[in-house]
Write a protein that binds this ligand. Structure first.
Ligand SMILES: NC(=O)c1ccc[n+]([C@@H]2O[C@H](COP(=O)([O-])OP(=O)(O)OC[C@H]3O[C@@H](n4cnc5c(N)ncnc54)[C@H](OP(=O)(O)O)[C@@H]3O)[C@@H](O)[C@H]2O)c1
Length: 164
């Protein structure tokens, strides 16, 4: 399985000023549940946005042209092709962002874990590519209302790529 994991707003916004659009604790839990024990691939800027560096209990692969020593606990590669070759025989591989990496890998994914925030952030500066939902079959959906820790409604949606 090669999956994309992403949180988007209603305008496909994914980030602002090098960080996420908002804090959604349940989404962090969901992300951890999906990815723990597996392999994650990320772009250099997404790595830099992680507060404590490499994520525990996962194989972290970072794509960058920067010095390898700057990414402790990670496998550092120079291209998407190298990332895929390193993880070739891993059962589940999750592409976790950001925008640049999503743009160059979206067409390779067979599964999409999408968290939709039911809001549009006017200050978003990084976006997920356009999604043609005809290409994707929704296999799971959970909707949550805003509460004291989540200031927007949000939905966890899982899609698998339709056979052409
Ligand atoms: N909402 C979400 O689910 C989510 C998830 C992840 C990140 N984000 C947000 O997205 C933003 C970061 O995204 P971004 O687009 O600015 O950066 P990014 O994709 O995280 O990182 C870009 C860097 O990674 C390397 N890279 C990425 N794709 C590559 C490719 N195909 N080939 C070679 N190198 C590649 C390059 O590193 P070098 O310059 O070092 O060569 C490039 O400058 C942040 O705001 C972050 O919080 C949101």
């Amino acid at each position: 399985m090669k999956a994309i994991v992403v949180v988007i707003d209603e305008n496909n916004g994914i980030g602002k000023n090098g960080g996420l659009l908002c804090h959604l604790p349940n989404d962090l839990k969901h992300f951890k549940q999906i990815t723990t024990g597996h392999t994650i691939i990320m772009g250099r800027k997404t790595y830099e946005s992680l507060p404590k560096g490499a994520l525990p209990n996962r194989i972290n692969i970072v794509i960058t042209s920067a010095d390898k020593e700057k990414f402790p606990g990670c496998i550092v590669v120079r291209s998407v092709e190298e990332a895929l070759s390193v993880s070739e025989d891993h059962e589940k591989v999750f592409i976790i962002g950001g925008g640049e990496l999503y743009r160059s890998t979206f067409h390779l994914a067979d599964t999409l874990y999408l968290t939709l925030i039911h809001n549009t952030f006017e200050d978003a500066d990084t976006f997920f590519p356009e999604i043609d939902y005809n290409d994707w079959q929704l296999i799971d959906e959970e909707k949550y209302e805003e509460d004291e820790r989540h200031i927007y409604d949000y939905s966890f949606k899982t899609y698998v790529k339709r056979d052409k």
